[in-house]
Ligand binder design. Structure first.
Ligand code: HEC
Length: 159
């Protein structure tokens, strides 16, 4: 009989302990919720507030030119580039050394045959590509007129 009693006692204690643990879990859950939300909101609001203040206070501080994405956009968007600039940045890599058989800028004898084709053909070949040379020297964002002005510059240098 003593075995039944201790079982009963065990169940009693066990249920008390279980209830206690459940109650504790609920309290912890509530407390952590309260803490977490208050801490999060505080930080979030502080950071947000600071970011807004910074943006409103000093727009001139944002240095767009230091942003490489912005820079390359500027290079591609700006249209007023001289033939010389375009030549130096895009065409020179091949046309100065004669890489891949490119006619060398400044060497009139390498251009005489090509000049005989007429400027319009040279323009359109530079724009659409010819042989190994990629269309527009590989920089597709160039306008046709920009490529033409680069061709003009190359031909001026090669006379
Ligand atoms: C990747 C190297 C490369 C770049 C960059 C390049 N070229 Fe060329 N270009 C060549 C080669 C190679 C040829 C000769 C192609 C042939 O005759 O088969 C050539 C030929 C030409 C010709 C003569 C076309 C003809 O009809 O004979 C012109 C004009 C020309 N390039 C202009 C330009 C201009 C302008 C640029 C810059 C916007 C440029 N190239 C950039 C490699 C290049």
């Amino acid at each position: 009989m003593s075995g039944t009693t201790s079982d009963k006692e065990f169940y009693k204690i066990f249920s008390y302990v279980s209830l206690f643990i459940i109650a504790l879990a609920i309290i912890i859950a509530i407390l952590s919720n309260v803490f977490a939300s208050s801490v999060e909101n505080d930080n979030y609001n502080k950071v947000k507030e600071k970011a807004i203040q910074e943006r409103l206070a000093s727009p001139e501080k944002i240095n767009l030119a230091s942003n490489p994405t912005f820079k390359s956009e500027v290079i591609e968007v700006s249209s007023a580039k001289s033939g010389k600039d375009i030549y130096n940045s895009v065409c020179m890599s091949c046309h100065m050394s004669g890489a891949a058989g490119a006619p060398i800028t400044g060497k009139a004898d390498q251009w005489s045959e090509r000049l005989a084709k007429g400027n319009d053909t040279l323009y359109s070949n530079a724009i659409n590509g010819i042989g190994v040379m990629p269309a527009k020297g590989g920089l597709m964002s160039l306008t046709d007129d920009e490529v033409k002005s680069a061709v003009d510059y190359m031909l001026e240098q090669s006379n």
